[in-house]
Design a protein around this ligand. Structure first.
Ligand code: ASP
Length: 576
């Protein structure tokens, strides 16, 4: 037996017991008369003790970092306890020491605060994963998955696997493709999601399906994106939107309760249109107010051309910020002018605690005018009003970004707060200016609101979809929709997207055909699982920390050095 216990479980009660541990040498502290070793495994760290008189003292001194050792000894209470460590009350007086394997000096320190850069740690990911912080994240991920499975199973969902080698499923991204050896010149695509398969499972009568599965999208990468990522993919038959919302609000609540002990309140619901109007984007962070305020009417007609000529003039109120210095306001102005935000400038109104009003455009606005604007914005004495203007869509977006930035600067985006909501009533289509045609906003299998049936022929851009997102703290956690389940409607959708009948049949014949064999009404949703873990555990949107072997920002696996060239013979066999 390699060990009787783990390095994380020994406490005062074990004093006097003879115990065997196995693990990695985190560090050796040689104090001359005494030698201490921190022994680490997945469960924690236990202090090993050798005194100079011990016959093992010499061997202990020879141990290098990350050596794998086995030790047997007596547990005793420490004279100086370490409250930071769960095993900090005890140590092992070592009687036997076996080196199970040696280790080269690791290229970076295996501690929560490490000296290793990103690429180096990715190259030695197996060492990086030894660090407690990473180790814990993956174990948390496991716990989230367990909580999801528990809920889904309890609700009668069946876990069904779907294939990875498929024909392209359009979800708006580029496909990864796999050349076929047996069908030369032809390619499989890796699924961007199991969308069409889960719909076919509904046609097959499965009724409630889910899967925690990998999806592949060949997109440009960002910190919160990976070319392969995991979804909790779900579908239900004989449901309306309300049924899906209830079911999956329940799932999110269950996971938070189970994993973090947090009871989430019922999710508020907001239309896509209101999200844009009040928050400037379709994933509002509701941890704080500071809503966008349309001030076009109150600011117009004062000969300030910038506002008079603008399609939109939008304000936010930063509470208690009226004493911002010139330096601070200049810096904010520079911030909104950055290309990522793209505003032309920023106007300030300071609502003094003494009841005075001052602005950066005093030339055009009297104190009385400013007071009116402040009243319209419900700004109080001591507040600072920030105003942006320009084209509506761009200005909303910029104001939304500024709101988030001010929220962060004022400490309003608290890590302990969770504010989920449902975003509803998305548009069905979005206009692609470059290609001069519509794209599906969610995906082409999403149905539209019955009330908008007329519009589909007259003004398709205004049609609302039966689509919904869960958003938490400004992060989109999931997307879903009630699907089209009849052939004529699906064909109509494809034609709106600019596909000819032949193209639709060639690409999607399988699902169009299936719709002719008794397809039930159905709908579903998919959660970004990596992101879900990151939000539940750390309240950050940084998925790489929750993936065992992630790719870097250029889509490379630094450890495997992939992608890479392949064997010439294999290439030939594949006809490449
Ligand atoms: N397949 C969709 C996606 O990946 C989710 C869904 O509609 O269920 O976003």
């Amino acid at each position: 037996m390699y060990r009787t216990h783990t390095c994380g479980e020994l406490r005062k009660e074990h004093s006097g017991k003879i115990i065997t541990l196995a693990g990695w040498v985190q560090g050796v502290r040689d104090l001359g008369n005494l030698i201490f070793i921190d022994l680490r495994d997945r469960y924690g760290i236990t202090q090993l003790f050798f005194d100079k008189s011990s016959p093992l003292a010499e061997s202990a001194k020879q141990l290098g970092r990350e050596y794998v050792i086995q030790v047997t000894g007596t547990i005793r209470e420490r004279s100086s306890k370490n409250a930071q460590l769960e095993t900090g009350d005890i140590e092992m007086l070592v009687g036997q020491l076996t080196v199970l394997n040696e280790s080269k000096t690791p290229p970076f320190t295996i501690e929560d605060e490490t000296d290793g850069g990103d690429d180096l740690r990715m190259k030695y990911r197996y060492l990086d994963l030894r660090r407690g912080i990473n180790n814990k994240n993956l174990l948390h991920r496991h716990r989230v998955a367990q909580a999801v499975r528990e809920y889904m199973d309890g609700q009668g969902f069946a876990d069904v696997e779907t294939p990875f080698l498929i024909k392209s499923t359009p979800e708006g991204a580029r496909d990864f493709v796999v050349p076929s050896r047996l069908n030369q010149g032809q390619f499989y695509a890796l699924p961007q999601s199991p969308q069409t398969f889960k719909q076919l499972l509904m046609v097959a009568g499965f009724d409630k399906y889910y899967q925690i599965t990998r999806c592949f999208r060949d997109e440009d990468l960002r910190a919160d994106r990976q070319p392969e990522f995991t979804q909790i993919d779900c579908e239900m038959a004989f449901v309306e939107q309300e049924d899906v919302l209830q079911m999956f609000e329940g799932m999110v609540k269950h996971v938070f309760k189970k994993v973090r002990g947090i009871e989430l309140e019922d999710f508020p619901r907001m239309s896509y249109a209101d999200c844009l109007k009040y928050y400037g984007n379709d994933k509002p962070d509701l941890r704080f107010g500071m809503k966008l305020i349309d001030v076009k009417e109150v600011v117009s007609g004062k000969n300030f051309k910038v506002f008079d000529d603008a399609e939109a003039v939008i304000a936010i109120v930063a509470e208690g910020c009226c004493d911002y210095t010139r330096k601070q306001t200049d810096e904010l102005t520079e911030w909104v002018k950055r290309p990522q935000i793209g505003a032309g400038g920023l106007v300030f109104i300071k609502c003094g605690v003494d009841g005075s009003y001052k602005s950066s455009v005093d030339k055009f606005y009297s104190a009385d005018d400013l007071k009116k604007i402040a009243e319209h914005c419900k700004a109080k004495a001591g507040d600072l009003i920030l105003i942006l203007s320009g084209v509506l869509i761009k200005t909303r977006k910029a104001a939304g970004e500024l709101r988030l930035e001010m929220g962060a600067r004022l400490g309003l985006r608290k890590v302990e707060d969770y504010k989920p909501l449902w975003v509803l009533d998305f548009p069905l289509l979005e206009w692609d200016e470059e290609d001069k045609r519509f794209n599906a906003m969610h995906h082409p299998f999403t149905s539209w609101k019955k009330e908008d049936n007329e519009l589909i022929n007259t003004n398709p851009g205004a049609v609302r979809a039966n689509a919904y997102d869960v958003v938490i703290n400004g992060v989109e956690l999931s997307s879903g929709s009630i699907r089209i389940h009849n052939r004529a409607q699906q064909e109509k959708m494809f034609s709106l997207l600019g596909l000819t009948d032949e193209e639709a049949q060639y690409k999607f014949g399988f699902i169009l055909n299936a719709f002719e064999y008794g397809a039930p009404p159905h709908g579903g949703i998919a959660f970004g699982f990596d992101r879900f873990c990151s939000i539940v555990i750390s309240n950050l949107d940084y998925i790489r920390d929750f993936i065992a072997f992630p790719k870097n920002n250029s889509g490379r696996d630094m450890m495997l050095d992939a992608p890479s060239d392949i064997d010439a013979r294999l290439k030939k066999e594949l006809g490449l």
